[in-house]
Ligand binder design. Sequence first.
Ligand SMILES: NC(=O)c1ccc[n+]([C@@H]2O[C@H](COP(=O)([O-])OP(=O)(O)OC[C@H]3O[C@@H](n4cnc5c(N)ncnc54)[C@H](O)[C@@H]3O)[C@@H](O)[C@H]2O)c1
Length: 242
Amino acid sequence: MKLNGKVAVVTGAGQGMGRAIAQLFAQEGATVVAVDLKLENAQQTVAGTNGLARKANVADSAEVKAVFDEIDATLGRVDVLVNNAGIGGLDKFADISDSAWARVIGVNLNGAFYCAREAVRSMKKHGVRGVVINFASSAVASGDGPVHYCAAKAGLMGLTRGMARELAPEGIRVNTIVPGPTNTPMMAGVPPAWAESIIKGVPLGRMGEPEDIARTALFLASDDACYITGQNIACNGGCVFF
Ligand SMILES: NC(=O)c1ccc[n+]([C@@H]2O[C@H](COP(=O)([O-])OP(=O)(O)OC[C@H]3O[C@@H](n4cnc5c(N)ncnc54)[C@H](O)[C@@H]3O)[C@@H](O)[C@H]2O)c1
């Protein structure tokens, strides 16, 4: 068991990659806090484990703080944060409204910052040499995605690097997982012709499965990755190279 006794917070854990990560981490001994906008889905994710499900919008710093305050009071520490929650969009660049821009940046980038800030405050308070994993996208390299999404995901890579350098002396590791096209409800929402063209561009010849990403997250969260920080770890069938 690679995460025995660890407390792991996984955002966007109600479905897709977040659910697969939360369930694999629980199998590996972690107490998982599954955070999602949809409480019922998060509850299904942790069913049969000792984990907790909490409803929060990661784009709302007060809601995020309330979840981490509760974790501090009940579980006493955070060892791992997986900043997986994210949203896409289909807007063409010139049609992106102020509110659509703010929503996509708000969930993907601000949300990751709010969660990471609370997690790191907790790690520092309890002297935990913890792990933060941010979620970008191969769209950062290919540009094949809505522009607000590409911008937010590129921002996450900068967040990772700045955090990694500053927090390394305290033993806190921060990395970015860069998924390629992966078989989740988000991907199911992409128009079929576009999805087909994306999958055709994957040298390994298939979409990723959420479990492929979960195993990558487990590696980064575990001591197997104890000398890895500040990196982009792509799990994408070779569709772009980082
Ligand atoms: N699926 C892909 O092909 C793909 C490719 C590259 C990157 N990604 C990224 O990987 C991550 C996971 O993607 P997925 O495909 O599993 O997504 P998904 O849409 O299937 O699931 C996302 C989950 O996040 C939750 N969520 C959304 N907004 C939230 C918010 N504001 N607060 C809390 N929870 C929220 C949703 O309710 C949902 O349960 C995302 O960051 C996504 O951008 C996905």
